[in-house]
Design a protein around this ligand. Structure first.
Ligand code: DGJ
Length: 336
């Protein structure tokens, strides 16, 4: 690990060389509180100067802080779910393991060797609990189990208590996300039937189970769903199914979360490598006050040979005629 100052210097130099014409936004060393911009694709460090290990993740905002949950990865191993927190989306404090594997000597679904992917957390305002759902694959079964796991905590930083896993309404479930609507209703959006179908199921009031309100969104072989709501319209970014390799993102739109959903023609990504989602895959869209456009698009630039070194591609969401788009920028700051 390089000393922190050195790392930051490298980040700034590499940003400058990628975009020689672009001014160095946000770096004002005359300010006491120097703000390091968001640098998509670079190495991001936490408060311990350790590389942030939170892939396929999501972020929530609670009581003035952002909480980021993601997959802890080794070179290929899945090692549970980490939590980080931040006041400004720029500096992140490591909060420890939100959900750990249960160890080796157990028959638990989440014993060491299982896969925990794409964890998402939402807060239940009725029960006061933080509820985590994640894609679960059982030890030694590759991606065949196709289940979703549920865990719960009284605190945003956990530790979360594992409750169990399921195939929602009997359906296979791989890539997934959660979406909590303005009225408190929450939904699981999940890739099903060997990823050919994308489905949506409304959660029970406590968010700990699915209801039978479960419908197919479309059957286009899509995964990596990330959902946002803007001015009453729902938008979703998905990827194609090419393993860890990047492909073109699609944007979908609906006026009813349960559907029908329609693809918005064209590519919602703009800039170099837009046709490959900037060499990344969607994971979450975070509503943020103070960011132009009001949302941050989050994606993973996977490194299949060393998953823990996969990088984070976070971009502000722009709008044209009410339709969201994500434009590449190598360095940006949320407005304070
Ligand atoms: C693509 C998925 O989006 C990832 O979460 C992961 O499951 C990989 N496939 C595994 O190949």
């Amino acid at each position: 690990m390089l000393p922190r100052g050195f790392n930051i210097l490298i980040l700034l130099m590499s940003t400058a060389s990628l975009c020689p014409a672009q001014p160095m936004v946000g770096i004002n060393t005359s300010e006491k509180n120097e703000r390091i911009p968001i640098l998509p694709g670079e190495v991001w460090l936490d408060d311990r100067d350790s590389v942030i290990n939170a892939h396929g993740g999501g972020v929530i905002f609670r009581n003035g802080r952002y909480y980021w949950y993601g997959e802890k990865r080794g070179r290929s191993a899945s090692m549970g779910v980490t939590a980080y927190s931040s006041a400004d989306l720029l500096t992140w404090t490591y909060e420890g393991m939100a959900l750990e594997h249960d160890g080796i000597d157990t028959l638990s679904d989440i014993r060491t060797g299982c896969l925990m992917e794409r964890p998402k957390v939402i807060h239940n305002d009725r029960t006061g609990k933080y509820v985590m759902w994640f894609h679960l694959e059982l030890k030694g079964k590759g991606y065949k189990a196709a289940r979703v796991g549920v865990a719960v905590s009284d605190s945003p930083t956990g530790p979360f208590r594992y409750l169990g896993s399921m195939r929602p309404n009997g359906n296979m479930s791989r890539d997934m996300t959660l979406f909590k609507d303005d009225n408190g209703d929450a939904y699981l959006i999940y890739s099903s039937r060997e990823n050919y179908d994308l489905r949506i199921a409304r959660l029970t009031e406590d968010y700990l189970n699915v209801t039978t309100a479960d419908s197919m969104i479309f059957s286009n072989h899509r995964e990596a769903p990330a959902v946002m709501k803007h001015k009453g319209h729902y938008f979703m970014v998905t990827s194609g199914c090419t393993g860890w390799k990047p492909n073109e993102a699609w944007l979908h739109r609906s006026d009813d979360i349960m559907g029908p959903w329609r693809r918005v023609p064209g590519n919602p990504m703009r800039g170099p490598m837009a046709e490959l989602t900037f060499d990344a895959q969607s994971t979450h869209i975070l509503p943020v006050d103070g960011v132009k456009g009001g949302y941050v698009f989050m994606a993973d630039r996977w490194k299949p040979g060393d998953l823990k070194d996969s990088r984070y591609i976070w971009l502000p969401v722009g709008f044209e005629d009410g339709i969201p788009f994500m434009e590449w920028t190598s360095s940006w700051l949320p407005v304070k």
